[in-house]
Write a new protein. Sequence first.
Length: 234
Amino acid sequence: MSTNRKKSSSKKQRTHSILVRLKRLYPDATCSLTYSTPVQLLVATILSAQCTDERVNKVTPELFRQFPDAESLGNAPIEELENLVRSTGFYRNKAKNIKAACQKIVKDFDGKVPQKMEELLQLRGVARKTANVVMAHAFGINAGVTVDTHVGRLSQRLGLTKHEDAVRIERDLMKLLPQADWENWSIRLIYHGRAVCKARNPACEECEIADLCPIGQQISPQNANIDVISSAVR
Ligand code: SF4
C-alpha cells in the first residue's frame, strides 16, 4: 500500500474511533432547536446563524405562535418579523431571508419545504449547512455533513481537514465518514465543541478524545500515538 493510501486509511480509522467515542460520550445528542414542522426547523436554522440555539429557542415560540407556517411567514409584515427576531442578531437580513424563502416555498413548492438539496439551495438564506440540518432532522436524509463553526473548528483541530471553507471541510468529512453517520458526526462534534473543545480555551487535559487528537497528543507527548500524529492533515 502506498504511503498516501496508508495515511488516508489510518485517518478513516481514527475518524471512526472518534465517532464511536463521541457516541458514547453524548448518547442522547440531538438537534437542540425547538420546532414542530419542517418550515419551523428551516426558519430556526436560518436564525441560528451567528447565534446560539438557546437564544433562537427564546425567540421562536412567539414567532411561530404568530406565524406558524410558510404562508403566514411569507405574508408577515417585514417590520413585525424584524422585531420578533431582533435579538438573534443580523435581524434585518434574517427577517428578509425568512420571508422570501417562505414566499418561494408557497409559490413553487406547494407550501412544503422541498426534500431535495438542489431545491433547498434555491431558497433565500439557505446554504448547505441549513439544507443539511433540514434534510437530516426534518426528513431523515443524510445529504451531507453539517459544518457549523464547531464542526469546522474541531475537524481542523482533529487533523481531519486543512480547509477553512465549509464546503471543502464538508467534502473532506464526507470522504472519511460512512453516509449513515454524517449527521451523527456533526451533532456530537457540536456537543463536544460546546462542552470541552471551546473556541478560545479547549480543555485538552479533560478531553476524552485527546488520545485521538494531534493537539491532545502534543500535550501528553509521553503517550503520543504515532498513528494519530501521522494521519493528521498538515
Ligand atoms: S484534545 Fe484538545 S484540541 Fe483535541 S479535541 Fe480535545 S479539547 Fe479539542
